[in-house]
Design a protein around this ligand. Structure first.
Ligand SMILES: *[C@@H]1O[C@H](CO)[C@@H](O)[C@H](O)[C@H]1NC(C)=O
Ligand SMILES: *[C@@H]1O[C@H](CO)[C@@H](O)[C@H](O)[C@H]1NC(C)=O
Ligand SMILES: *[C@@H]1O[C@H](CO)[C@@H](O)[C@H](O)[C@H]1NC(C)=O
Ligand SMILES: *[C@@H]1O[C@H](CO)[C@@H](O)[C@H](O)[C@H]1NC(C)=O
Ligand SMILES: *[C@@H]1O[C@H](CO)[C@@H](O)[C@H](O)[C@H]1NC(C)=O
Ligand SMILES: *[C@@H]1O[C@H](CO)[C@@H](O)[C@H](O)[C@H]1NC(C)=O
Length: 406
């Protein structure tokens, strides 16, 4: 309550100020709301023709303090800082995870996040909706990153650095996972970006077990260092790359309203009566079989019914799909559209508009208050792909920001 009333006193002060100066100016000039921008480079990763690089970078550079994140944009650049086009370096995905680590703890290189020491690391995942340890990131995109808006509108922001649940002797840190595939000289471009196991000559998973029956492609086959089949005799130099990421943020203040992150997965099989850790079963990836109906329409719809215990107002939404994706929609219980997001395919040659690649996703910015999710409302997520040909290891994710207060 104290928090709330202070906020109102402050709001009143801004309104009073607004009588003497135009409101927007008074609002923007106040240093508390000044948006700061930091641009960072990830540690380097080295690529050579055909090679898949899937790196985990721990304790990355990130704005410090109790802040509200306003946007996170990223792209792959080369050693000279030039944007690398997708037809040479395919950006499969990047994700950013938040965690608390014992101050003295040094993360071992190249361990995946859920393999780190459990007594030294506490993952601070988003608000849901997958099982713990799955899709818990704060941000994450793929080839679409250059043309996908990520900003949080208005007075909303993603609150971090608040120290909630931070044990003594621990500090907040961030991890960046970058998965890129160098497709210079490859025999089958689509197959390499879709991580086809035969092209990578992989028949066992990273732990040495045979691949699951029927597994033709996906993350198990384009692990770090795996190499996709090249055209005979192709040779190309090694190249250094970096993920350049731009974070916009504001110092946290009573005037800001927290936005919660939820990520839905079209492969989720939800069991409401199961205990919390087993309620969801997000697979992250799935395959699209080649299939057309009697009238020659070739569409694949993957859908899941999912709910979140505490609803609120949707203030932002975006889907994540791979090549072949035709869009994704999140529906409410009565069939109303909460948000629909479609891929933007490039049609040029330059980085940001590469022909045939998904270079952006459309986003939703509903007027705050206009799109409401009720507590535990059954939602339906539908992810549509073009099934003229088969696709392996595709994704059907949907990221939304929910505000519980207006
Ligand atoms: C990528 O596209 C550019 C522009 O069309 C072209 O010049 C270049 O050779 C292509 N690179 C590869 C590896 O296909
Ligand atoms: C494929 O992997 C097998 C062992 O798993 C190996 O014997 C074979 O040489 C590999 N082929 C190529 C072309 O790398
Ligand atoms: C859902 O979870 C409950 C409790 O764990 C279990 O008894 C039930 O078999 C599960 N239902 C399905 C369809 O998996
Ligand atoms: C094929 O799919 C399209 C699009 O979903 C639909 O309009 C059409 O009725 C379908 N045709 C048949 C024969 O099922
Ligand atoms: C590429 O797409 C844009 C936007 O959809 C369009 O305006 C432009 O004419 C297209 N360019 C080519 C070369 O097709
Ligand atoms: C699906 O893909 C095929 C070939 O890849 C293409 O010809 C067709 O136009 C696509 N359909 C849609 C609806 O995008």
């Amino acid at each position: 309550m104290a928090r709330c009333s202070q906020g109102w006193v402050f709001l009143l002060a801004v309104l009073v100020l607004a009588l003497s100066t135009p409101c927007s100016q008074a609002y923007l000039k106040h240093k508390k709301f000044k948006t700061k921008t930091d641009v960072y480079l990830s540690p380097k990763f080295v690529l050579e023709p055909g090679v898949s690089s899937n790196k985990y970078f721990y304790n990355i550079q990130f704005p410090k303090g109790h802040i509200g994140l306003k946007s996170f944009n990223a792209e792959v650049v080369d050693a000279e800082g030039r944007s690398t086009p997708l037809n040479e370096t395919y950006l499969h995905h990047w994700i950013v995870l938040r965690y608390y680590a014992r101050k003295s703890y040094v993360e071992p290189k190249q361990q995946s996040p859920y393999q780190l020491s459990e007594s030294d690391v506490i993952w601070v995942e988003n608000s849901g909706a997958c099982q713990p340890g799955s899709l818990g990131q704060y941000y994450g995109l793929g080839s679409e990153t250059r043309k996908t808006a990520t900003h949080v509108p208005g007075r909303y922001a993603i609150e971090v650095g608040d120290g909630k649940g931070l044990p003594d002797g621990f500090e907040e840190r961030w991890m960046l996972n970058v998965h890129a595939i160098d497709t210079r000289g490859v025999e089958d471009n689509l197959g390499c970006t879709e991580c086809r196991c035969d092209l990578y000559n992989v028949s066992r998973d990273p732990s040495g077990q045979p691949l699951p029956a029927g597994y033709t492609g996906g993350l198990l086959c384009c692990t770090d260092g795996a190499k996709c089949r090249l055209k005979r005799g192709f040779d190309g130099e090694k190249k250094n790359h970096y993920l350049r990421y731009t974070v916009k943020w504001v110092d946290w203040s009573e005037f800001l309203l927290p936005a919660k992150i939820y990520i839905f997965d079209a492969t989720d099989i939800m069991n409401s009566s199961a205990p919390a850790a087993a309620k969801h079963n997000c697979q992250v990836e799935y395959d699209v079989a080649k299939s057309c109906n009697a009238t020659g329409v070739c569409l694949d719809n993957k859908w899941a019914k999912i709910s979140i215990p505490t609803g609120g107002y949707v203030i932002y939404g975006v889907a994540h799909q791979h090549k072949g994706g035709l869009g994704s929609t999140l529906y409410g219980q009565d069939g109303r559209v909460l948000c629909s997001s479609t891929p933007i395919y490039g049609n040029g040659t330059k980085a940001g508009n590469e022909a045939g690649y998904i270079v952006g996703m459309t986003t939703c910015y509903p007027w705050p208050g206009s799109v409401k999710i009720k507590n535990a409302e059954p939602l339906t997520l539908v992810s549509t792909y073009n099934s003229t040909q088969m696709h392996s290891g595709v994704m059907g994710l949907f990221y939304i920001l929910v505000a519980e207060t207006l």
